[in-house]
Design a protein around this ligand. Structure first.
Ligand code: CP
Length: 314
């Protein structure tokens, strides 16, 4: 296993996390660079994606590297029965870095254990999505000026939503207060509540997305109910539209409030919220480019002095 792999947000400590955020700020100011000249990166997407794959690939391109990979595993030899082990070993012959999304929880960890090439987890089932967490933290830091002492309300599918699991863990260093708003079937899993309990992290559980919760929040993190994770489609139909944020619900919210969403959205944020200055989800997705440039350079062991030497000022 390569020590620079990023499979879970818990693979990195606070110092490493903040180093990545500092890198992201640099790349936002200087997005074009030649530091990956001669490097090849694989993007292996066994599950659909728009933002994650395209922002990772844009990040590589803007850093002067090249990308190989697939966005549809049915066109690869895995459809003929090739195992994940063999696929990863083969791709490792060709590239310097593997970025992988897979529908099975633990697939990225497994991949990282069968290759010496660094592996970045771009989402594994309902488990973890650490690069999304880095861009979420960067978005929170940019909009709030701090990561400390914030009230963060997570709404919707907290059971299957891998982004909220990673974000909860990353916030452990910054004294957050969480409100977990979900129906009982989709509440935050016990292991993550225990994570909070063990660290003295304050949280409330609520089925009601109440004005009190909205008006006390610094961040509202909306999530999509993940149809693809439900074994029973009738169960999905019953819970899919329980939480909808509308613009009128924000009338008494804090001036610094920002609405985040990892996207894609379905119905959980009404279109009339988009023009509210508190809506930040499209800017959040743009921050993904800078966060992923930061993650890629770290994974390849490239220090910031080398990055600065290769900067292209336009
Ligand atoms: N946020 C996110 O992971 O989006 P995609 O599924 O489009 O990559």
């Amino acid at each position: 296993m390569n020590k620079n792999s990023l499979v879970s947000i818990s693979d990195i400590n606070r110092e490493e996390l903040e180093d990545i955020l500092a890198r992201a700020a640099y790349f936002e100011a200087h997005p074009n660079n030649k530091v990956l000249d001669g490097r090849v990166v694989a993007t292996l997407f066994f599950e659909p994606s728009t933002r994650t794959r395209l922002s990772f690939e844009t990040a590589v391109n803007r850093l002067g590297g090249r990308v190989i990979g697939f966005s549809d595993a049915s066109t690869t030899s895995s459809s003929k029965g090739e195992t994940l082990n063999d696929t990863i070993k083969m791709v490792s012959n060709y590239v310097d870095l593997i970025i992988m999304r897979h529908y099975l929880e633990g697939a990225a960890r497994y991949a990282s254990e069968v290759t010496d090439v660094p592996v970045i987890n771009a989402g594994d089932g309902a488990n973890q999505h650490p690069s999304q967490t880095i861009l979420d933290l960067y978005s929170i830091l940019k909009t709030q000026g701090t990561l400390k002492d914030l009230t963060i309300t997570m709404v919707g599918d907290l059971k299957y939503g891998r982004t909220v699991h990673s974000l909860l863990q990353a916030m452990q260093y910054y004294n957050p207060t969480f409100n977990f708003v979900a129906c009982p079937e989709l509440q935050m899993p016990r292991e993550y509540l225990e994570f909070c309990n063990e660290r003295g992290i304050k949280y409330s559980l609520s089925e009601d997305f109440s004005p009190e919760i909205i008006n006390s929040s610094d961040i509202i993190y909306m999530t999509r109910v993940q149809r693809e994770r439900f074994a029973d489609i009738m169960e999905y139909e019953r819970v899919k539209d329980l939480y909808n944020l509308e613009n009128s619900m924000l009338a008494q919210s804090k001036p610094n409030l920002k609405i985040l969403h990892p996207l894609p959205r379905v119905n959980e944020i009404a279109r009339d919220v988009d023009s509210n200055p508190k809506a930040y989800y499209f800017d959040q997705a743009r921050n993904g480019l800078y966060a992923r440039q930061a993650i890629i350079t770290r994974a390849l062991g490239i220090d910031m002095n080398a990055v600065k030497e290769k900067a292209i000022e336009l």
